[in-house]
Design a protein around this ligand. Structure first.
Ligand code: NDP
Ligand code: PYC
Length: 338
């Protein structure tokens, strides 16, 4: 039988913060990563929730990432900020640039934040939601590690490259989507392997390039496929270009952590684009127009909007506590000790 504990969100953040600090992160970095990871668990975004904590710890212990890095923001022009994450995590680098980026987006209509030398091991919606809550449109892209085979290719080149989008809508709410470019996130393949589930048809291939539903075959030298064939592959290519070529970070296929056994966080880049929607031409107002689209979708029969499931899970967890398996809690407590 699976025993669950319901934890107050802040208590879970405090536990994860202790784990990050015990394993070499600075208090500021620890707080940002802990909120991110606990937030994913709270929202039911399981592929990037607590199950990632051993990976963060193994990576910090391997010396591959600098948990105390101090990001440097560079001025790239009125609407362009470059950030050198200094081999640290991407989220603290974005946090350092965010206030200036929002000022620039409001002053000029848009701002690109191009982060390089950054590690991203998380869900991407936390990187866009706060901007939409502040009235901006935000798009974020991250490249990861080569586990996705392009059409016709014999080996993986692309990462699972997530793309997240958030925009204000009516009633003070926001609309958000956040998705990998592969049929499944790599995290979901790891969870399927651990729990003994098959993958859906068309998600992956084995080491010989044959279609497989076996998660272990994908993890053991196989690869994932982009969603939508060549169309998803084109988006994967765009994300490599925006998150690596534009930022100065590495492509997914250039990540080489072989000298750091235990490392799991790809060191690549992230591109975030902020747009002030008040600059647009909508006479009715941007958020009202977005709401009209949502209403049209609902009227046509689409009941679930992207983000709905997560927001409902968040509300429940904030009311009842975040459900954590007792076994996971014990594992987390073990990660505090060095
Ligand atoms: P999903 O396929 O689970 O979901 C993608 C989006 O579609 C979400 O916004 C989701 O909303 C929405 N959605 C799902 N089902 C429906 C439906 N039936 N109707 C309407 N909307 C729906 O996400 P992925 O598995 O592709 O990605 C999971 C996570 O992995 C993401 O957070 C991503 O950022 C992360 N990731 C991170 C990487 C990294 O390098 N850091 C690499 C790859 C992935 P909702 O959330 O409400 O379910
Ligand atoms: O789930 O694909 C994934 C992933 C890659 C890096 C972090 N998460």
């Amino acid at each position: 039988m699976v025993t669950m504990t319901h934890m107050d969100f802040d208590a879970l953040v405090a536990l994860l913060t202790r784990i990050f600090i015990a394993n070499g992160a600075s208090p500021g970095v620890a707080d940002i990563l802990a909120r991110n990871c606990a937030g994913a668990e709270r929202d039911g975004a399981m592929s990037h929730g607590l199950f990632r904590m051993p990976g963060y710890v193994a990576t910090l212990r391997s010396g591959w990432v600098d948990g105390r890095a101090e990001p440097v923001v560079e001025d790239g022009g009125a609407s362009f900020l470059r950030v050198d994450a200094a081999n640290g995590f991407a989220q603290p680098a974005l946090a350092v640039a965010a206030p200036l980026a929002m000022d620039r987006a409001c002053a000029t209509g848009a701002c690109v934040v191009a982060i390089r030398r950054s590690h991203h091991f998380a869900a991407l919606w936390p990187d866009v939601e706060p901007f939409a809550e502040a009235g901006l449109v935000a798009i974020a892209m991250v490249d990861s590690m080569a586990v996705v085979v392009p059409p016709g290719a014999g080996k993986p080149v692309y990462g699972t490259n997530p793309l997240a989008f958030a925009a204000p809508r009516g009633g003070g709410k926001i609309i958000v989507f956040d998705q990998a470019v592969s049929v499944l996130a790599h995290g979901d393949v790891q969870i399927a392997a651990r729990e003994g589930h098959d993958l859906p048809e068309g998600a992956g291939v084995d080491a010989a390039g044959r279609p497989t539903r076996d998660p272990r075959a994908v993890l053991d030298g196989g690869a994932l496929l982009p969603f939508g064939g060549h169309k998803g592959a084109a988006i994967a290519m765009m994300i490599e270009i925006m998150a690596a070529a534009l930022t100065g970070g590495l492509y997914s296929h250039e990540v080489d952590w072989s000298g750091h056994p235990g490392a799991q966080t790809p060191c690549t880049g992230e591109c975030v684009i902020l747009i002030d929607p008040a600059r647009g031409g909508s006479a009715a107002g941007f958020a009202a127009r977005v709401e009209q689209l949502v209403e049209a979708l609902r009227a046509a029969g689409q009941e679930r909007m992207p983000g709905d499931r997560r927001f409902a899970a968040r509300e429940k967890a904030l009311r009842e506590g975040v459900a954590v398996r007792a076994e996971m809690l014990a594992r987390l407590e073990g990660l505090v000790a060095n």
